[in-house]
Design a protein around this ligand. Structure first.
Ligand SMILES: Cc1ncc(COP(=O)(O)O)c(C=O)c1O
Length: 396
């Protein structure tokens, strides 16, 4: 579709609805599907097993589901990608990309076991890479050390920007340049396709926890990968074999949330921009981290790479852990809970919760201290949010 993102959000993935004579996308809950003939059934299975996006019969819902497919088409259109592949969670999507690297290894008859990654990054992604479960060895480096770290064995470069939880920014185009032939995976969860387009900057994979802004209402776990046609086929092959599929009901909810994604992202961002200045002036806070705020963005990534800073803010409490623990439970509107990207505002303690699984080293190099809090700003009325947060901050 050649429309503005806001129009795509409303219309993408709905091309067949007029023909079907319906307004809302149908929810197909069938786990199995009739075949027209044995020959056509065999043909469909072959196509889907090779990673095709669609076939005449879905055969079995681990191979294909039309409700999920419609959302994948819509998501891919938002990311300007050939293919969108939906998973049961963000972690399943990230795992799907790592396993697709093995599919390529098998095709090419060689093994690459090395991954380069930049911290900070979401706690479970950090742990998945560090613990060696999938057989990769990871080098954690600063963004400017990537070129020097690439070897013949490097399968993937992993970055998250803005990064969870410190909102640290990474220059995607520069990472792609340093990576050379090595594919780059960008976790685009915090920015969403509304604010950032990693594939247009040369990244191979843009991955999301769809549980966040894409779902947008805190009621659907999901993960998405946007990529080119070749990698999309490999990732679908992985999904068919490993079965980490997105449930059709979840896809239905994600598709229902898509038209309001730009509105929600922009309104939450407006709220966050207003809060940041007020927070920076509060005596209980020593540091506020927000893309483009203060001296956080010397190369103007916000504006060049991102259309705006988004709506997650991290901040350092002057009195450290005790103050952070107190503030987290002293708000009324901000719910003390992990996650982000819902319509309501949340507050959490990264070192104790989202990043608890990260090693001491990882916490240290990622700048994740005991006094750090993270808020995910929602779409409530701005003044109410500040009144609530200020009341909590005033208590310490
Ligand atoms: C940036 C980021 N990536 C990936 C994930 C994992 O997503 P999920 O919880 O949907 O598996 C999260 C979860 O918080 C996240 O914040």
């Amino acid at each position: 579709m050649d429309y503005h993102l806001q129009t795509q959000a409303v219309h993408a993935g709905r091309d067949d609805l007029r023909e079907l004579g319906v307004h809302a996308p149908p929810l197909d809950l069938s786990t199995t599907h009739p075949v027209r003939s044995l020959a056509s059934g065999r043909d469909c299975i072959d196509r889907l097993a090779e990673g095709a996006a669609d076939a005449e019969s879905a055969i079995y819902s681990r191979l294909h589901n039309q409700t999920v497919h419609r959302y994948e088409v819509a998501f891919a259109s938002m990311e300007d990608a050939d293919g969108g592949i939906a998973f049961a969670s963000g972690m399943a999507a990230i795992t799907g990309v790592l396993q697709a690297l093995r599919v390529r290894d098998m095709e090419e008859g060689r093994v690459r076991n090395h991954v380069i990654a930049v911290r900070p990054i979401y706690g479970c992604t950090d742990h998945l890479l560090s613990c060696g479960l999938l057989g990769f060895e990871v080098d954690w480096v600063e963004p400017d050390q990537i070129a020097a770290t690439v070897t013949e064995q490097t399968a993937l470069v992993v970055i998250e920007t803005p990064a969870n939880p410190t909102l640290h920014l990474v220059d995607i185009a520069d990472v792609v340049r340093q990576a050379g032939d090595v594919p780059v995976m960008v976790d685009n969860t915090f920015a969403t396709p509304v604010l950032q387009a990693p594939l247009a900057l040369g990244a191979t994979f843009s991955v999301h926890s769809g549980t966040k802004y894409l779902g947008g209402h805190g009621d659907v776990l999901s993960g998405l990968v946007a990529t080119d046609a070749t990698w999309a086929a490999r990732i679908r092959q992985v999904r068919i074999l490993t079965g980490a599929n997105l449930h059709p009901m979840a896809a239905y909810l994600l598709h229902r949330s898509l038209p309001t994604l730009p509105l929600r992202v922009i309104k939450a961002q407006e709220n966050a921009i207003e809060l940041v200045d007020k927070m920076a002036g509060h005596p209980a806070i020593t540091e506020v981290y927000f893309p483009g705020f203060g001296d956080s963005d010397p190369t103007d990534i916000v504006g060049r790479q991102m259309k705006g800073p988004g709506s997650v803010i991290a901040f350092e409490m002057k009195e450290g852990f005790d103050a952070a623990a107190k503030v987290m439970l002293a708000t009324e509107l901000f719910l003390p809970a992990v996650s982000l990207g819902a319509t309501d505002s949340l507050i959490e303690h990264p070192a104790g919760l989202t990043h608890r699984i990260v090693s001491e080293d990882g916490l240290g190099s990622g700048g994740i201290t005991e006094g750090l809090l993270r808020i995910a700003v929602g779409i409530e009325y701005t003044d109410d949010l500040w009144t609530d947060l200020k009341k909590a901050l005033d208590q310490v």
